[in-house]
Design a protein around this ligand. Structure first.
Ligand SMILES: [Zn+2]
Ligand SMILES: [Zn+2]
Length: 374
């Protein structure tokens, strides 16, 4: 009578799919012939674990087992049988695609890994777009062996294990019949060919790390923290598989003059109180230089002048945001005698009419509280 699969894997009856997977992996690792050559029962134990895994990793089979036990599975035609695999090595490969049990390679010649680099631009560059150079370390095809991993001048032979296909068929018997799975050949890693003598530069891997420099176009309108993806500019793939991607993280340096809010820019304009009262034509900074704004007489603190189309360009759209100029009325400090006298005289002449604000109580409060809403 076969053992209880929960007992075999050492998991609780309410174990999650993840816990079952993990337990099986753990057992497989312990029973791997490379690790456990001294245990004559390792193969039998592994088959038992694999069977337990086959039962518990399938919801329907697990439910059948939970209700009716091994008898129930058998009466429904499920009889796990891993004898067809031959060697225990083949059995491992069927489950773990050539080495996966020790570290996680997925099936197929692996695509290269992604590379991430960061660049910094200032606000002007972010507004106009810029070409920046990035420097990074990437795995590239080995030049000595041109990526085939063989010592130059030595032959590369067709992989005997897979007959040059780079893939193996693993057949599992299930209640639904035989299931064939394609896995990567563990000898040639999917290439179908193996070098007789490995290249000494890359130790037969066909790849090596190099420092690479690249000009990257930063598009106009980019925001701090956005990433630019350059397809297949990352690490080279294994054996002809595509390279990974390069991600360029763009940091936009803070600007002393502008604060950015989406596509809008905000700048503060200091105006002495008498000038705000009198009205004036003043210079304000823009991305391109400076421009003039008309300050009407009686401009109040926190008033906002909106310069349309003077903000940041919107990414991938033709339109530009606005430049919002927030008037910061500065009350003169550290007055001298003459100034004090002038202000006292002015203050003596002020009437209700001079101080009456337009708009509602709400608008006044909002202004007093420094809200920037125009
Ligand atoms: Zn090489
Ligand atoms: Zn092969």
């Amino acid at each position: 009578m076969p053992r209880d699969p929960y007992e075999v894997l050492g998991v609780a009856r309410d174990a999650t799919e993840q816990q079952i997977k993990k337990a099986f992996r753990q057992l497989a690792r312990e029973l791997h012939p490379d690790v456990n050559a001294h245990d004559p029962d390792a193969e039998e134990k592994f088959k038992e674990a694999a069977e337990a895994n086959e039962i518990l990793s399938d919801a329907e089979r697990r439910a059948t087992y939970d209700r009716y036990g091994h008898e129930g599975l058998r009466s429904r035609g499920y009889a796990p049988n891993f004898d067809a695999f031959g060697s225990i090595g083949d059995l491992f490969n069927a489950f773990f695609a050539g080495g996966d049990v020790f570290g996680g390679r997925s099936a197929g010649p692996a695509q290269g890994d992604d590379v991430a680099v960061a660049v910094e631009v200032d606000l002007i560059q972010a507004a106009s777009g810029a070409k920046v150079q990035v420097s990074f370390e990437a795995v590239e095809r080995c030049e000595r062996c041109h990526g085939n991993g063989a010592k130059p001048g030595t032959p590369i032979e067709t992989c005997e294990r897979c007959g040059g296909n780079g893939q193996l068929q693993a057949v599992t018997r299930t209640p639904f019949g035989q299931m064939a799975r394609t896995i990567v050949c563990d000898v040639c890693h999917g290439d179908g060919r193996v070098p007789k003598q490995p290249c000494r530069e890359c130790r037969g891997r066909g790849r090596r790390a190099v420092r690479r420099e690249l000009d990257v176009d930063v598009p106009a309108g980019i925001a701090d923290g956005q990433r630019i993806r350059l397809t297949e500019r990352g690490h080279a793939g294994e054996m002809g598989a595509p390279a990974g991607d390069l991600y360029v993280l763009v940091r936009v340096r803070e600007d002393e003059r502008f604060v950015r809010e989406g596509d809008d820019l905000i700048t503060a304009l200091d105006v002495a109180a008498p000038l705000a009262a009198l009205g004036a034509t003043l210079q304000v900074p823009t991305l391109e230089g400076t421009t003039q704004v008309e300050l009407s007489p009686g401009t109040q603190p926190g008033e906002v002048l909106t310069l349309r189309g003077q903000g940041m360009p919107a990414l991938a759209r033709g339109r530009r945001g606005n430049l919002r100029v927030v008037v910061n009325v500065v009350i003169p400090r550290r007055l001298n005698d003459e100034q004090r006298e002038l202000l006292e005289r002015l203050n003596g002449t002020l009437s209700e009419e001079n101080l009456r604000a337009e708009g509602s109580m709400f608008a006044k409060l909002r202004r007093a509280l420094g809200s920037q809403a125009a």
